[in-house]
Design a protein around this ligand. Structure first.
Ligand code: NAD
Ligand code: TDX
Length: 334
């Protein structure tokens, strides 16, 4: 089987490529990525020379480029990770989020419709459901929860989900959607909470916690997200949505304090809150467990230790990022 993975030079996409090549050596992967600030070919170094892997630099919103790839490569499955993925950047520049996350997916779905596909899988997020109150731990997002996006990022991802479902109903494109909670693990860009805090602590910079640090996120080790997507694209029902999460809720403050404890260093600085900051995300993953037998295999305490170890062992990877384009953005934000 030939799997076209978009956004494979980013955090989750690259981890998915490693997972697939190891688990299904009979399959081949074509990675299509624009190599934006978040895409890093260095991450894919270990698979670049594999005969089962091919990299193509292209923009998912570039119709001609995408049609040419579909025509020449004839993929069996498309897994779409490509996106602008950072909420704070979407508050700074919403337009880019619409171009990639909405127009880009329309181009991909049209390509699937025109050239044919076995499955188009959209990698979505729990953020499309909006947020939950902090004082109602009984409430969780299910697949039936109404879409209620808060940020330009989550609105663009919700639009992508709606387009995916529309192409399924109108054009009978075989689709599936997964909505996952916050991921963490190796190769995450150091603008997201966990790698930013690790990098700042190691660079003797303050750890910027938004507001009072009371917001809650539901954390999942990236490999568990990859195993869930692998199951959905092979055994998931066409047209279905699957929530993915590990029942691992933590306040931001708890996460940052864990990192400080594990590293033995780091100083918190409470900073201005994010505009429209979602209070709490919490996924009910019972459908994917019931229907596909999926369960996460990495507990948070173990996952955070493995992640910290990875950032300690791979300083060159993230130090290069911090000294480059990201630095300019970082200076504008703080
Ligand atoms: P990331 O920012 O690390 O990677 C995104 C990748 O997409 C980069 O390699 C980038 O170069 C590429 N890209 C961006 N615009 C492109 C375009 N126009 N054409 C082709 N490639 C383009 O993101 P991530 O954290 O790995 O997230 C991957 C996907 O998973 C996203 O769709 C995101 O919405 C979703 N998701 C992320 C999380 C999370 O916690 N990180 C949770 C749930 C869902
Ligand atoms: O410096 C920071 N300080 C801080 O307190 C940063 C970067 C974040 N935060 C807070 C904001 C959030 O409550 O930490 C929490 C996590 O922030 P992010 O890492 O930016 O993630 P989040 O906004 O929750 O979105 C993530 O999860 C869902 C991903 O970035 C999305 O791509 C995914 O869809």
């Amino acid at each position: 089987m030939k799997i076209l993975v978009t956004g494979g030079a980013g955090f989750i996409g690259s981890n998915f490529i490693f997972y697939e090549l190891a688990k299904h050596p009979e399959d081949s992967i074509i990675c299509v990525d624009l190599l934006t600030y978040a895409g890093n070919l260095e991450t894919l170094e270990s698979v670049m020379s594999s005969p089962a892997f091919k990299f193509i630099k292209a923009d998912i919103a570039d119709q001609q480029a995408i049609y040419t790839i579909f025509e020449s490569e004839k993929p069996d499955i498309v897994v779409n990770f490509a996106a602008e993925s950072h909420v704070d950047r979407s508050i700074e520049n919403p337009a880019l989020f619409l171009t990639t996350n909405v127009m880009g997916i329309q181009v991909l779905l049209d390509a699937c419709r025109i050239f044919g596909i076995g499955r188009f899988h959209q990698v979505s997020t729990d953020e499309v459901y909006g947020d939950l109150p902090l004082d109602r731990p009984d409430l969780l997002f299910t697949e039936e929860t109404q879409i209620h996006a808060s940020s330009p990022y989550s609105a663009s991802k919700a639009s992508a989900d709606l387009l995916t479902l529309a192409y399924s109903r109108t054009f009978k494109v075989p689709v599936s959607i997964s909505r996952c909670s916050n991921n963490y693990g190796p190769y995450q860009f150091p603008e997201k909470l966990i790698p930013l805090m690790i990098a700042n602590a190691l660079n003797n910079k303050p750890l910027p916690v938004y507001g009072k640090g009371e917001n809650v996120r539901d954390w999942l080790y990236v490999e568990d997200h990859c195993s869930a997507i692998d199951l959905i694209i092979r055994h998931g029902k066409e047209g279905d949505i699957y929530n993915i999460g590990g029942n691992n809720e933590r306040t931001n403050l708890e996460v940052v304090q864990t990192i400080i404890h594990e590293l033995g260093r780091g100083r918190i600085e409470f900073v201005k809150d994010r505009a429209g900051h979602d209070l709490r995300y919490a996924i009910d993953p019972s459908k994917i467990h019931r229907d596909l037998g999926w369960l996460p295999s990495t507990a948070f305490d173990e996952g955070i230790r493995m992640t910290i170890r990875w950032y300690l062992d791979n300083k060159a990877w993230w130090q290069r990022i911090i000294s480059g384009e990201y630095q300019k953005y970082y200076e504008r934000m703080y």
